[in-house]
Write a protein that binds this ligand. Sequence first.
Ligand code: S3P
Length: 450
Amino acid sequence: MSGHGTPQAMMSRPCGPLSGVAEVPGDKSISHRALILGALSVGETRITGLLEGQDVLDTARAMRAFGAEVTDHGGGAWSVRGVGVGGFAEPDQVIDCGNSGTGVRLIMGAMATSPISATFTGDASLNGRPMARVTDPLALFGARAVGRAGGRLPMTLVGAADPVPVRYAVPVPSAQVKSAVLLAGLNAPGQTVVIEREATRDHTERMLAGFGAQIAVEETGEGRVITLTGQPELSAQEIAVPRDPSSAAFPVCAALIVPGSDVLVPGIGLNPTRAGLFATLQEMGADLTYENEREEGGEPVADLRARFSPHMRGTQVPPARAASMIDEYPILSVVAANAKGQTVMRGVKELRVKESDRIEAMASGLRANGVAVEDGPDWWIVTGAGPGGVAGGARCASHLDHRIAMSFLILGMAAQSPVSVDDGGPIATSFPMFEPLMAALGADVAQVQE
Ligand code: S3P
């Protein structure tokens, strides 16, 4: 939903050891895709472990508006009775995707090759984000978009009545753009080809294959070449959504920096296109282990165990790893602030067009809390203060960005003085139980009256 009411300030104070089991919610990327592909298939898709965060709830509402029957059975169990590829109805209301770039971009793709129109909007964060990156390739199929200056929402997309398949090299490393093109390709005749120079998360490709689409992925000199044969009949699936590695990152990183901690985070999806943060932390000297490695629902899964790691050193994060940890740079910068030496993060221009400009948001909040940060257009460097070395004491702006809010609250758990954020409301987009979950581990985090 657009906006989320009155800002709710939150504060986190330095705390004792964190310990216990942290059951983080379902994967946000997979949850969106399960609802959308369920809506495009024939029969009833049953989903367990769906993330019931606001972003995904907005996508569920959108799928109803396009004609799918979406039912919440409680406890993360949902079902979707789909309308089939090409079967979307024209919504009779504006589609409000709230804070979710994934939601709006994937849904635009999914409707772009049907002869219907829809108008999309979102909150102040989403309405400031670039949409031309999806509407440009969707225009190649024959869709037309009319939005605000700079290709911003609110925007109306008129789907192609007579779509043609496309061959498209994605110019930025973006799973959202890749997925929008693949979803549009579903209702175009013939073969749609998407080429990505750098691999990004591949949940769409995996799930399309699971729903019965003909999809081939080839590693070539020009990158990953994905070929989808259009107009398949997708058949309903049973989907068990793994827990979200991007949400797991918060209790994991908290445990690494709060003295004496030992936290187990079970059932985390560890698809290699998502697991870059954990490799980086291990290189920094984190005491982080994978236990009980297994496969569930076509995705690799493990239990993560994180213990306080007093000897972490800064590192150079390889730019080639950026896509596999793109949402984790904010929380990595918090770990970096508690490590010794510099952590250098390059090739991360995409961070400037997320829910907020994440380099700017983290750099200014870290500086206010006594951490040295340098930054440029596509890089930033955090100079660590070592364990217990972060002063804290400042109030940070969360800029309608869940991951910025959670990162600063984790910073406060290991700082010398409390850290607060002006608005913890956006946390509900991806991790509604963040506050009670962290409190149950022993953190002192709470809403504050101002
Ligand atoms: C997502 C892709 C990423 C990521 C976002 C979720 C997805 O965005 O930042 O949180 O589910 O496809 P980009 O693909 O635009 O990098």
